[in-house]
Write a protein that binds this ligand. Structure first.
Ligand SMILES: NC(=O)c1ccc[n+]([C@@H]2O[C@H](COP(=O)([O-])OP(=O)(O)OC[C@H]3O[C@@H](n4cnc5c(N)ncnc54)[C@H](O)[C@@H]3O)[C@@H](O)[C@H]2O)c1
Length: 345
């Protein structure tokens, strides 16, 4: 059994991660860390046997004394804290599962890459949208070649505002803490889904970041991003539109392949191939419903365990996270230059 600490006991940790960890027999949450006493007391009611700390430093001191306390950490704090926490955890010989965005700066991902290789520990980002039932179905259809070679993805995320946070001051609206607005909040998910389904390497990006509704916000409420990917089967493209300035809450998308297309309408998929009648797959919950999904997170735990157990899989998730960060950085740079095309490395 692997024993871990959750660092950051906010909304996603207690409503999305903890219920999934508690259902597992192969993992145990042995510690909880949060700078807020209130969040610690909510956590303690749910995991009475766990030890708690008001800082990760204190937790590491205890782990140094009691070597059997921890094998891993699950970081679910606001984005600006991820780098220092992941660095400290890897340096202490712990595996790391971290919420998205993994980090906010290229130099940080570079340092963590070196550290994860040196430590031999896993550094994985929570790419949970891959595991939403409707996204798993898309992945399955793509893998079995239902629409031939996938050439293009259109992806739309409509929200009526940013999500709330446990603290009164919403870190999502502070660029120093969040790294940006909806581009960082939802773009990270859109990018790893595009990489998964289009199976290519990002080559070029152009983007426009705007404030359509919340004009005084210091972060963008709307992002339009075009990504060109290179692959052995030729170029592929992703057109991504994300907004907090919508009246409706909805996710939709379209995957076009050489032999057909898959339409995603939040709670249904329509597979449209050649002259055959389109086939519809209905889902219990819309992709846009709720923000915390223990059922999706359970698959994230499986992925974490696979990377820990099988050396040949280690780093697969990290490579996608590195590409997500580059796409975010290049999107910001493109928007600052009026939507100019930026080359990827
Ligand atoms: N993958 C997803 O679907 C998804 C969904 C929601 C949030 N997230 C991500 O999860 C992370 C947390 O988001 P949230 O909505 O739960 O935020 P939140 O504000 O609800 O929770 C953050 C918690 O971290 C604590 N905290 C802040 N700094 C700390 C520190 N240095 N040490 C210990 N505790 C600290 C706060 O007290 C708070 O309890 C973010 O990175 C966010 O992007 C991911």
């Amino acid at each position: 059994m692997l024993r871990g600490a959750i660092v950051g006991l906010g909304n996603v940790a207690l409503e999305g991660h903890l219920p999934a960890w508690k259902d597992r027999k192969d993992f145990q949450i042995a510690a909880g860390v949060d700078s807020s006493k209130e969040r610690i007391s909510i956590f303690k009611k749910s995991v009475p046997g766990a030890v708690t700390f008001e800082s990760f430093d204190e937790c590491l001191v205890r782990n140094g004394r009691d070597r059997s306390l921890l094998d891993f950490v699950d970081i679910a704090t606001p984005p600006h804290t991820h780098f220092a926490l992941a660095k400290a955890a890897l340096s202490a010989g712990l595996h790391v599962l971290c919420e998205k965005p993994l980090v906010l700066k290229p130099q940080e991902i570079f340092e963590l890459d070196a550290l994860r290789k040196k430590s031999g520990k896993i550094l994985m980002t929570v790419h949970n949208w891959k595991f939403a039932p409707i996204c798993r179905k898309i992945s399955h259809l793509v893998r079995e070649g239902a629409v031939g070679r996938v050439k293009r993805l259109d992806w739309y995320v409509l929200r009526s505002g940013p999500s709330v946070t446990t603290e009164k001051e919403n870190w999502r609206l502070n660029p120093e803490m969040s790294g940006g607005g909806i581009l960082v909040d939802h773009g990270w998910h859109a990018f790893y889904l595009a990489l998964e389904w289009l199976q290519g390497r990002p080559a070029k990006v152009s983007a426009t970041l705007e404030n359509r509704q919340y004009e005084s916000l210091p972060v963008e409420d709307t992002a339009k991003v075009s990504v060109t990917l290179e692959s052995d089967g030729g170029p592929r493209s992703a057109e991504i539109f994300l907004t907090w300035a919508s009246r409706v809450r909805k996710n939709s998308g379209l995957l076009e392949g050489t032999e057909g297309r898959i339409l995603m309408e939040d709670d249904k998929l329509i597979l449209d191939i050649g002259p055959a009648s389109p086939q519809t797959f209905a889902f219990e919950a819309a992709l846009s419903a709720g923000s915390h999904h223990p059922d999706w997170f359970n698959f994230v735990i499986d992925e974490f365990l696979s990377e820990i157990s099988d050396a040949s899989l280690a780093g697969r998730n990290f490579d996608k996270a590195r590409a997500c960060l580059e796409l975010i950085e290049k999107s910001k740079a493109s928007s600052a230059k009026g939507g100019a095309e930026m080359a990827c490395s």
